[in-house]
Design a protein around this ligand. Structure first.
Ligand code: NDP
Length: 511
């Protein structure tokens, strides 16, 4: 089998193929097939045929293959990081830490924890008439899972979802974003080398229509992307009653309280708003700073911004902030900044498109912002940091919760008890105190959005159980040939049963 680099070099393009660009340079680096509904249906047949043998390999057999892949990722680190960079335009370190680094952690975590999260549970019941019967809750793989991935983290997001589905014993069809299909193709190559049987993991390249076709074919759909497309996926899945799990957009707030360590808060605000070009669903999208420390905080932010490089990444240490990945995203960022400027915001850094080839927007800091501006209320998903002054903690909490989104948030205070109390009042799936985003590294901790940010969660027990049918088993070991409650109904037995029921269930003294 030719490697994806060899395929790209041959470039046997057909007119319906999708060109893949390096967004940092605008250069077309490969073409991938644009699959249609018939091809997706054929892949589904193949995936279903391969699944039972994969399930039969058990946790140990599947775990061995997934751990082989963890080693493969380690051995092929440079190649993987370079492919991620080539189709996303991100900095080397962003691809290394958040894609490759997350990948090796996920390929180790799920084989280790799947047996524990999906172990049979013996259930005790209060139903007295079931005494002696064995009750089991069992997690049975659903069969064929569809994973629809976005372009911001082609490894971390798509494989973060595919690995637990595979570890549970499902086969998977991954539909990567049309913008970033190469990482998925490379990892498919790796998985086949590592012993994943043919058909158990497949990559369906294509546009949005391929994603829609996939929804019709699978037993469960895991979607990551925009809230608008997430709603379309859910509506389509409703036609076939296909379960969905949705990881959608966010507008994550950071609250800086008056007693915060301002050096730490400022470095976190800058790093986690600019990391990955700001194209992270849980990036810091807006900051609320209490009035007494506002000026000092802004000054420290600007110190952190000084010298921030925004160049094509050629390797380790070459730049800080990479390009944007999705061309229309540059327009969204520009619209939000222009809207803010028109409504009175001040630009302290950046504030315009980059002038290089490719897709660039300068790392931008905005102040004098408020909730009449799009940059404070809509997902920007770019390298922008709008900072708003608030009177006190109460106003900060009110503003943080004034959003249709509820993905993640962060709170900074030297008083960790107060900080945690504030965190508990934020309507978000995850909140960090004196930190940001790091919860995502703990694969034991559920990560899922509140409000319009999603449905279901990834990570933790729920992150693998969602790929399973909960099956209830009742095994009757000691029993009579004929149970007393059965036909024919007899007056005497009925009255007796009533007394027995009342005795067994109603003997508690009244309060
Ligand atoms: P989308 O939500 O449109 O796309 C996400 C994935 O869904 C892609 O693989 C896409 O395919 C696919 N898709 C598109 N239409 C359908 C459909 N009708 N049925 C099934 N699948 C479909 O995200 P975009 O890439 O357009 O980005 C738009 C916005 O989403 C961004 O501005 C950002 O705000 C947000 N976003 C959020 C992410 C997150 O991590 N939560 C990640 C990326 C974006 P294709 O790419 O081929 O069209």
């Amino acid at each position: 089998m030719a490697t994806i680099e060899e395929q790209a070099a041959r470039d046997t393009t057909s007119s319906t193929d999708i060109p893949v660009e390096n967004p940092a340079t605008g250069e077309v680096i490969a073409h991938v097939p644009d699959l249609g509904a018939e091809e997706i249906a054929a892949m589904a047949v193949k995936g279903r045929a391969a699944q039972p043998a994969w399930e039969a390999m058990g946790f140990e057999g599947r775990g061995r293959v997934l751990l082989n892949m963890q080693k493969w990722l380690t051995d092929n680190a440079e190649r993987v990081i370079r492919v991620v960079m080539s189709e996303t335009g991100k900095a080397y370190e962003d691809a290394q830490m958040a894609d490759w680094g997350y990948g090796i952690s996920a390929f180790g975590f799920w084989p280790k924890h799947a047996p524990e999260y999906l172990a049979d549970e013996n259930v005790k019941t209060a139903a007295k008439l079931l005494a002696g019967k064995k009750l089991i809750l069992r997690y049975k793989p659903l069969g064929l899972i569809g994973v629809i991935g976005p372009w911001n983290y082609p490894l971390a997001n798509s494989f973060g979802d595919a690995v637990p589905a595979l570890a549970a014993g499902n086969s998977v069809i991954l539909k990567p974003s049309e913008i970033t299909p190469l990482t998925s193709q490379l990892l498919l190559e790796g998985l086949l080398e590592c012993g994943v049987p043919e058909g158990v993991f497949q990559v369906a390249t294509g546009r949005g229509g391929a994603g829609a076709a996939l929804v019709d074919e699978v037993d469960m759909i895991m979607f990551t992307g925009s809230t608008a497309t997430g709603k379309k996926v859910m509506a389509k899945a409703a036609e076939t009653l296909t379960p969905v799990s949705l990881e959608l957009g966010g507008k994550d707030p950071m609250i800086v309280m008056a007693d915060a360590d301002l050096d730490r808060a400022a470095s976190h605000a800058v790093y986690y708003s600019m990391f990955n070009g700001g194209q992270t669903c849980i990036s810091v999208e807006r900051v609320y700073v209490e009035e007494p420390v506002y000026d000092e905080f802004v000054a420290k932010v600007m110190e952190n911004m000084k010298g921030l490089r925004n160049e094509v990444s050629t390797g380790p240490g070459a730049t800080d902030v990479g390009s944007m990945t999705f061309p229309p995203q540059v327009d969204i960022v520009e619209r939000h900044v222009e809207d803010a400027k028109a409504k009175g915001a001040k630009v302290l850094a950046g504030g315009k498109r980059g002038d290089k080839a490719g897709y660039w927007y300068e790392p931008t800091v905005l102040v004098d912002v408020d909730h009449s501006m799009e940059c404070m209320t809509q997902e920007t998903f770019g390298p922008t940091l709008p900072i708003m002054k608030v009177a006190d903690t109460e106003e900060a909490i009110r503003m943080a919760n004034d959003s249709p989104y509820g993905l993640a948030a962060s709170v900074f205070s030297k008083d960790v008890v107060r900080g945690e109390a504030v965190a508990r009042r934020i309507d978000a799936g995850a909140v960090c105190v004196n930190d940001a985003l790091m919860n995502y590294m703990a694969l034991e901790l559920p990560m899922g959005g509140a409000k319009a940010s999603g449905l279901g969660s990834r990570h933790g027990a729920g992150g693998i159980r969602k790929y399973c049918q909960q099956q209830a088993l009742l095994v009757s070991r000691l029993h009579m040939k004929h149970e007393v409650h059965m036909y024919p109904y007899k007056k005497g037995t009925t009255k007796l049963l009533q007394r027995v029921f009342a005795r067994l269930n109603g003997r508690r003294k009244s309060a």
